[in-house]
Each structure stands twice: as C-alpha cells, then as structure tokens.
Design a protein around this ligand. Structure first.
Ligand code: HEM
Length: 509
C-alpha cells in the first residue's frame, strides 16, 4: 500500500514538473540549482538523474565534464517506470563495437522509428532490408556521373549567380548579416534543386521565409523534446495536439503537401521526356533508375525529407561554425590564404575565372584539416542513438540489456582529452596533416562526425567537395568580420546550429 502511494505521489510530482517546464513555462529560460549537477548528476529516488538533465537542457549534448568523470561512459538513470534509462558513451572502443564489429546487434529500432516517425520509411529511419535497399539506391545515385555533375552545377551556379552577388551587395551597403541564415538558405535552395524541384529562391535580398524551412526547424526542436520527455507524455500531447506535438503535426502536413507536388511535377516531366539527359536529379534517379520497385509517392516523400535533412543543415552548420572558428583563429585563416595562393592562384583582373577542376580542391590539405577540425569540435549531427537487440557487454565493461538505448554524444566526444589529447579544445588543423604533408586519417569511430561502419554517411565526399567549393570562393573574394560581443552557443536540436546565429560584415578583397 505504502509503495503504491509513493508511486502515485512520484507520478503526480513528475507530471507536474514536466507540465510546468514544457507546457506552462517557456523552455530553455530557467536556471535551477545548476552548479550542483555540473559534474556528477545525482541519482535521486524516483526522479533518477532527470533533474540533472533538466538543468542542462540548453546544452544537452555537452557532457564533457560528466563523461570525463565517468571514464567516457555514463549509465544515465531516468525517472522510475518511464523507460528513460540510457547508456551514454563517447568511448571510441565502444563506438567501434556498436557501429562496426557488433553492428547487427545495434539497430535504430522501433523506439527510434517512433520518435522519428515524421521521416517515415526513409533511410534515416530504416533498419535491415529496407535500409540495405535504400543505401544501395543512394550509393548508385551518388556514384552516377550525371547526378554528380548536376549537384556540382547546382552548387556552383547558386554560388556564382546568387550568393556572391548577394555578398557584394552586403559589402557595398555595409550590412550586418546573419551568416548562418544565409548558409541555411543557400543549402536549402541547392538541396531542393538537387532533388529536381524548382528553385525556391529563398536566397534573395528580401530573405523571405519558406514554409518547408519553417517546418524543418519545428521538427528538429520537437524531436529533441521527444527524447527528453517520457513516452506517455509526448504521446498524450500528440493525442491532444498540444505544444511541440502540434507543430509536428503541422510540419508533417507541410511535408506531405510540398513533397506531393514535387513528385507529381517530376512524374509529369518524366512522362513528357522534358528533362535534360546529361543531368540527373534525385527524383528522376529514384523514379527512373532506382533499385526500388515499386517506388510509391509516399516513399518518395520520405526520401525527399530525409535528403534535405542530410544535405542541407549539415553543410550550413559546418560553414557557420567554420567561419566563426576562423575569426577566433586568425593564424589558421592566414595559412589557408597561403595555401589558396599557392595552389589556386587567381588573377586580380580576371573576375570571369573559369571554375576549378574539382581535382584541384584535393591539393588543399590544410583547408581539409581545418574543416575536419571544425566538425570535430562542432559536429553537425551532435548525437547518435542505437538500440540493442540482444544483451551484450561493451569493451568498457558496461552491460547492455536487450532493447535498451545507447546514445553517443558526438559533440562531447570531439572535446574529450582522453580521445584527442590535452589540446582537445584547441582548433588545430595541423592535427590532420601527416608528417609527409598529406591528409592524416583518423578512424571513423574516433572522428565520428560522419558516423562509422555500415551506416556511415553516404554523402561525405559530396559534402567535402561542396564545403571546399563554397569556402574557397568566399575566402578568395571577401574578408569577413564577425561582429564583436555576440553570444555564441550551440542550440540543442537534431543539428548543431548556433543558437543566436552569427552576425558578420563583408568587405571585398
Ligand atoms: C558536413 C556534412 C555532413 C555530415 C557531417 C553528415 C553526417 C552524417 C551522419 C552523422 C549520418 C548518420 C545519421 C544517422 O544514422 O542517424 C549521416 C547519414 C547520411 N548522410 Fe550525411 N552528412 C553530411 C552531408 C551529407 C550530404 C551532403 C549528403 C548527400 C547526399 C548526405 C547523405 C547521407 C545519407 C544518405 C545518410 C544516411 C545513411 C544511413 O542511414 O545509412 N550527408 N550523415
């Protein structure tokens, strides 16, 4: 009897706490007894370590201090009866075990698929056979010369025809610009073009908001909420259409409507043979040459949403953090300029320079290192989640129960001294340059920003090419000044954005 009343009391208290924090009080703006939980999250009766999680809600993946104290693996205890116990790890040996050597035991799983349900049956949400089929399809597309040419064309023409003229305008007017917003618009436009839909032209002086972008932003926040809420609570919110769940329902409708239109238009275009045979966009590839039979409109909708998430915000996030890091490390900027001067010299008189051969970008070893270093410290995908099928023991000795959840805090991992040495917090592109001057490779279970093993990112090469293309053009044409005194901090979402953006000014070189 006593235990029942304790249980009831805890549920009432817990529900009140959650409703207060998430539904009544605006999230992210409260400070509780923060210091207490900084290094060792207490395991409270009934509430487990949940109060510690709440006080660090605005920097959820930043568990460097805690994880160092726990030797890189923390068995997080959620409130009783909520199924929120999670094993958090940043130990490269564990990651190699989970992602590669015992890969078949660690899946995304039904809980992941439920939390990420808005991504439907796309690759992000798939396991086993569906995952293998979709990966094959993506791989074929990413290796197809016509798709590669099209995607490079989309990036280069957006850069030349819109981004650089826009920066010229900002430089002439002395406008203070949110660099992150500009990058997100740029990559949104290039991903929509790459899909094969018409250019949304979100990158213009007017900077109008696109409803697809707004919906994506709502989804990123809402999914993080689902990670931090007991399942029964977000399910209840969903049923009642409240708060973040309401936004998810609305975002889902926006995705259905817009993707439905992209697919219908593309099917018409293919029927009328009106697309250029030299280029292949994503939808044409999946509809005409893909390995998936049959490919229905719903699956195409899921592929589109997944592709935009994979290709748009990851690139925009990397560019934003990279340019901020350059502003903080002028010596690195000088070395990149030297490398550009030596390898891709440009004549000051020739504005109409022909584009580089992509192979020339491979000569930029130091720039490559600087981009990797930026993604080590600020990984665009800041956490990974897996579920164990069978019980297991990790190399660190931690036991894993069947169906339990494991989270890998990629953001904290990049800052761990035990992984990267005493200078882990320093931005040092030299870390990536070998003694012979080539690129130094780190194993993917250590440099985990692109994931590892059979589920590693399929777009890594395309991403590096796109990043280098944009960075080279910007650095050769402009000096960027980051506005002093602004607060720079990450935003707790699916993708590591800057919470307040990055305000900069431009001057022409
Ligand atoms: C800086 C840029 C990028 C980073 C840091 C990055 C990182 C990642 C990560 C961490 C994953 C694993 C996600 C998960 O399993 O939950 C992933 C998956 C994936 N990425 Fe990337 N990505 C980038 C750019 C791109 C681009 C440009 C493409 C375009 C084709 C792409 C295509 C994919 C695909 C198709 C997957 C799904 C793989 C799977 O689930 O098996 N990525 N990426």
């Amino acid at each position: 009897m006593a235990s029942i009343s304790l249980f009831e009391a805890s549920i009432v208290f817990f529900s009140f706490l959650i409703f207060y924090l998430f539904l009544i009080k605006k999230p992210f703006d409260y400070i509780l007894i923060k210091k207490t939980f900084q290094s060792y999250p207490w395991n409270w009766p009934v509430l487990g370590m949940f109060p510690g999680l709440l006080v660090r809600l605005n920097r959820i993946y930043d568990g460097v201090e805690v994880l160092e104290n726990y030797n890189m693996t923390l068995p997080f205890k959620g409130p009783w009866f909520t199924g929120m116990d999670i094993l958090v790890t940043v130990d490269p040996a564990n990651i190699h075990h989970i992602m590669t050597s015992s890969y078949s035991n660690y899946i995304k799983g039904p809980n992941f698929q439920e939390v990420f349900e808005i991504f439907g049956n796309g690759l992000l949400n798939s396991d086993s056979e569906r995952c293998n089929n979709l990966r094959k399809c993506y791989q074929a597309m990413l290796h197809d010369q016509r798709f590669q040419t099209f995607s490079i064309f989309a990036t280069r023409s957006k850069l030349k025809d819109e981004l650089l003229p826009l920066f010229d305008h900002f430089a002439d007017e002395g406008t203070v610009v949110d660099f992150q917003d500009v990058f997100r618009r740029f990559t949104f436009d290039t991903s929509i073009i790459t899909i094969g839909a018409s250019d949304p032209k979100s990158l213009s002086v007017q900077m109008a908001n696109d409803e697809f972008v707004n919906a994506l932003e709502d989804v990123e926040v809402a999914i993080i909420y689902r990670h931090m809420m007991p399942r029964f609570l977000w399910k209840l919110q969903k049923k009642m259409g409240l708060g973040q769940e309401k936004k998810l329902i609305e975002a889902d409708a926006v995705f259905d409507r817009l993707c439905g239109k992209y697919v219908t238009d593309k099917r018409d275009e293919i029927r009328h043979h009106s697309n250029n045979g030299d280029f292949v966009d994503l939808l044409t590839f999946f509809i005409k040459f893909g390995l998936l039979e049959p490919i229905d409109d719903k699956l195409l909708r899921d592929v589109i949403v997944g592709f935009i998430l994979a290709a748009r915000d990851t690139i925009a996030s990397t560019l934003t953090w990279f340019f901020w890091l350059l502003s903080e490390n002028p010596n690195v900027l000088t070395k990149i300029h030297q490398e550009l001067q030596e390898n891709l010299p440009r004549s000051r008189n020739s504005q109409e320079r022909s584009p580089y051969d992509l192979a020339e970008l491979d000569k930029l070893v130091y720039l490559h290192g600087a981009l990797c270093e930026s993604m080590r410290l600020y990984p665009p995908v800041p956490f990974q989640r897996r579920s164990a099928i069978k019980p297991d023991v990790l190399p660190s000795g931690h036991k894993v129960d069947a169906n339990s959840t494991i989270m890998i805090f990629v953001y904290a991992m990049g800052k761990m001294r035990a992984v990267w040495g005493e200078d882990a917090l320093e931005f040092k592109p030299e870390r990536w340059v070998s003694a012979t001057g080539g690129i130094r490779h780190e194993p993917s279970h250590k440099f985990f920003s692109f994931n590892a093993g059979p589920r590693a990112c399929l777009g890594k090469n395309m991403a590096m090419t796109q990043l280098k293309t944009v960075v080279v053009e910007i650095l050769q044409n402009y000096d960027i000044e980051v506005v002093k005194g602004q607060k720079i901090e990450p935003f707790s979402g699916l993708i590591l954005h800057m919470k307040h953006g990055l305000r900069v000014t431009f001057s022409k070189r």
